[in-house]
Design a binder for this molecule. Sequence first.
Ligand code: ASP
Length: 445
Amino acid sequence: MRDGLGDMARAMLSNASPDPGPNAHNRHKESPAMPSLNLQILVAACLGVLIGWLTGTLPAESGLREGVLYASNLLGGIFVGLLKMVLVPLVFTSIAVGVANLQAHHQVHRVWLTTLVYFTATTCLAMVVALVAANIFEPGAGLSLDLFADAMASFEARQLTMPEFFQHFFANLFQNPFAAFADGSILAIVVFALFIGIALVAGGERYRNILVLLQELLELLLRIIGWIMRLAPLGILALLVRLVAEQDVALLGAVGGFIVLIFATTLFHGIVVLPGILFLATGRSPLWFWRGAREALITAFATSSSSATLAVSMRCAEENLQVRRGIAGFVLPLGATMNMDGTALYEAAAALFVANLVGIELSFAQQMVVFFTAMIASTGAPGIPSAGMVTMVMVLQAVGLPAEAVAILLPIDRLLDTVRTAVNVQGDITGSLVVQKFADGDPRD
Ligand code: ASP
């Protein structure tokens, strides 16, 4: 198998570099799509369902059944454990490096302020779309999976009212970073990473070595994620064998509804919300944008990687949509790392889907937790295929949902990653136009 994720990681790293340099486009051109892993995961998912179904037909006291379930439990546990293993360092390094990326761009304050306001506002809108749709259509509702019974045992204790939520939220924001790392307190890690990133920006050259070290650490982690993803077919197979063998197969109907919901809401964001913002801000039509940006959108769809698409996005923005190099070079690399509308939308909707599936109704306060953690998770996810799956664990855990539920999401993730990555990239390119308009004048200048 080709080292596709390794290439993606290198593309991501050059994206995260404080100085992409004049040859950045050439470096990104080398990043390929990963059809082989796509196919492996699809085949593994089918095999997992088949083996699981066959195992489910065996008598309960059968030794073969026990052996298959034991092995799949072991393998699936290792795979989920590996995903959890990289979560904390990944969130820390990708946010610190993402913030430190600001120092490379000698832009006025208005540029980065407009960029951050735009990123935050569009990500929030995407999650509002997701949460409203998930509350109306309730994907996965009515189906309770005993598979998660153990993991759910502690759920009751973690339910929070709104005042309690804010109390916990603010109390947990500032912590000893080492304790936060050890406990996996993601919010505290994010705050610490933001401080580090801002200090790196303020210190400039003085801290260049630390920034390089963090970039290297991020590259290292992406390499490890590449290895973990090689295990994904096996992990998914194992998790699905156990899932199907122990459950009724009505799951597929629920997953089918969820897939339709995700496609519909992601497309709504890409066809209505983002073009609406573009039109209101710049007066440009959706058709004009589509003609200028389609190369990048199709590349994003095919590669499922915002970072691998960056070179194409830059060319589309500069050559077709007349975004000046200074603005495109600031907004697009930062956006490829930190601005993921499609990912945020997906993670918010997926958390509600999992809650419905395990038969738990999330209160308004808990949905607010989902809202904030999905926002942080999408910001912390690097622009590589299935990165959202790694940070999805954080959203699930924030409201006490079982991390093992990624077993249900992973087999369909490659499919959903196509559209959400295209919308991620669309959000970045739209952002470069909006920022140019507000911070720098007319985009046609
Ligand atoms: N594949 C997405 C991207 O590169 C990230 C994700 O997994 O949501 O933008």
